[in-house]
Design a protein around this ligand. Structure first.
Ligand code: ZN
Length: 86
């Protein structure tokens, strides 16, 4: 788990990574991990305009998705809008 965490932290954008895990809301609702119920996440993003995503029909998005990684269990939530950090 620790190696995964380090790898993900390296992959995260530096400006976001420097903040560390935090609490977020999407559509005015606090984001809670559906697996463990934790409410602190590390924010990241992923490009969706890859060959694989086009193949499965998501090329309409052709943008970045936002990811929130649960800092407790490692579950990743995906959003197409930017979560607001509290
Ligand atoms: Zn969790």
């Amino acid at each position: 788990m620790s190696n995964f965490w380090k790898a993900l932290k390296r992959a995260a954008r530096a400006t976001v990574d420097s903040l560390g895990p935090g609490q977020y809301t999407v559509e005015a609702k606090k984001v809670t991990c559906p697996h463990c119920g934790h409410q602190e996440f590390a924010e990241g993003s992923a490009q969706l305009n890859t060959t694989g995503m086009t193949f499965i029909g998501l090329d309409w998005a052709n943008k970045s998705a936002y990811t929130l990684l649960c800092s407790k269990c490692g579950h990743i939530e995906w959003f197409m809008q930017k979560p607001e950090r509290l």
